[in-house]
Design a protein around this ligand. Structure first.
Ligand SMILES: [Zn+2]
Length: 419
């Protein structure tokens, strides 16, 4: 007898979307078909898409060191509720993840919680100071494949070149938080008509673009796989497009908040619209949506960034950057884009798993594959009211969204089911 049958959904198989049941046994997809017999449990998947569980390249889980905002337990719960089966933990914790034993701590904690695969990322530079290379060799041995100083940009081109050369030897990915610190230091929002009206110090689009342009030159020099985090401007999308046209091994991500909001939302001075890079113009937002639809932008990544209410409920200028995202990223994608089923799973799961080199995530559904799956209802209208995160800093509460996860399955077991 099967352990679980997912019944009646449209399944993303190796032959494309097929209306079929999915039978699961011992953590693995056992069979596809219409008469699979009995099972220990059933998920009704009528009107849903069934595909590989989502993979997030960019989550801040805040453990170790800032557990009042989030920890690996609460962050994992939010991820499972958002349809994720694997997430990359950002290394800007306290201490930062610049050595092997710290990366191992993060993956071990993830395994203890056990409802989503938590994959550590590691710093590019020691203490994220941008001065000397981190312990890339140890980090690689501990399972790190994606290296980033996220939250800060590596400003020194010679240091970045050296790290790129080193990471390239391993076949890893250098992932950049591309915001030039000298252009962004004093700013709180996008530089444009709204910042002028509000009289707020602001950050030009060029803060992102000068870093990406430099990094692409260094990627060309070193041959490293280079990934741009949280694209925010039309110019950045154009830079990535031209690098891809040239054949450089470059990939890019966009966050749900940059797909849904713009600097116009900052006029409210609600700190849930404060993030880095900042929300930019409507022209930029449209270019990000178009880039995601065309595939110039490979993946959606949440930049899930919990902050406690006490920290975020302060004047806009004083608030820390970042918002939650794990639970609503997929919904934002089906609300804001025209992606069809196969492309939706490509951007949410298959591409990020490929960037990380994961074998057991981001696979189309087929017998023999590990059952890391999501059941996703693209047509449902809903409005977020709650969160599994320890924090509440999100601009999505009370907003109407189209599409929501129904169930998340990790190695054949439901890690989350909609109530
Ligand atoms: Zn960042």
């Amino acid at each position: 007898m099967l352990d679980l049958i997912i019944r009646g959904g449209e399944v993303l198989t190796t032959d494309g979307p097929v209306l079929t049941d999915v039978g699961i046994k011992d953590g693995v997809v056992a069979a596809l078909g219409d008469n699979l017999g009995d099972a220990g449990a059933t998920i009704d998947a009528d009107g849903t898409w069934v595909g590989p569980g989502f993979v997030d390249l960019h989550a801040h889980l805040r453990e170790p060191g800032q557990e009042w905002k989030e920890d690996i337990g609460s962050g994992s719960a939010a991820a499972a509720a958002g349809g994720y089966t694997a997430i990359v933990a950002m290394p800007n914790t306290d201490p930062v993840i610049d050595s092997g034993h710290l990366a191992r701590f993060v993956s071990d904690r993830g395994k203890q919680v056990g409802i989503v695969d938590v994959i550590p990322s590691g710093c590019l530079t020691m203490r994220r100071e941008g001065k000397t290379m981190s312990h890339i060799d140890e980090l690689w041995e501990a399972g790190v494949r994606l290296f980033t100083d996220d939250g800060d940009t590596v400003g020194d081109a010679a240091v970045l070149r050296l790290v790129m050369e080193y990471v390239a030897q391993y076949g890893g990915v250098v992932s950049q938080h591309a915001v030039d610190p000298s252009l962004s230091r004093a700013g709180h929002m996008h530089e444009g008509a709204i910042s002028s009206r509000l009289g707020m110090y602001a950050i030009p689009s060029e803060a992102d673009e000068v870093v990406i342009a430099r990094d692409l030159a260094l990627a060309r020099l070193t041959g490293v796989r280079y990934h741009v985090q949280h694209l925010s401007t039309a110019g950045s999308v154009a830079l990535v497009a031209s690098a891809k046209a040239e054949g450089l091994p470059v990939t890019a991500e966009v966050t749900p908040h940059h797909l849904m909001f713009s600097h116009a939302d900052v006029a409210s001075t609600d700190s849930n619209f404060k993030m880095m890079p900042p929300l930019r113009s409507e022209i930029d937002r449209d270019a990000l949506i178009e880039g995601l639809e065309s595939g110039i932008i490979d993946a959606v990544a949440t930049d899930h960034a919990p902050h406690a209410a006490l920290e975020k409920e302060v004047p806009f200028e004083d608030a820390p950057n970042g918002v939650l995202g794990l639970e609503w990223a997929a919904s934002v994608v089906t609300t804001m884009t025209d992606l069809g089923m196969a492309d939706f799973f490509e951007r949410m799961s298959i591409a990020p798993a490929r960037i990380l080199g994961l074998a057991d995530h981001g696979q189309r559904v087929a017998p023999g594959h590990e059952a890391n799956l999501v059941v996703y209802q693209p047509g449902i209208e809903w409005s977020p009211a709650a969160s599994a995160s320890k924090s509440r800093n999100a601009p999505y509460f009370g907003r109407s969204l189209t599409g929501a996860p129904v169930a998340t399955i990790l190695r054949g077991v439901a890690s989350w089911e909609r109530a």
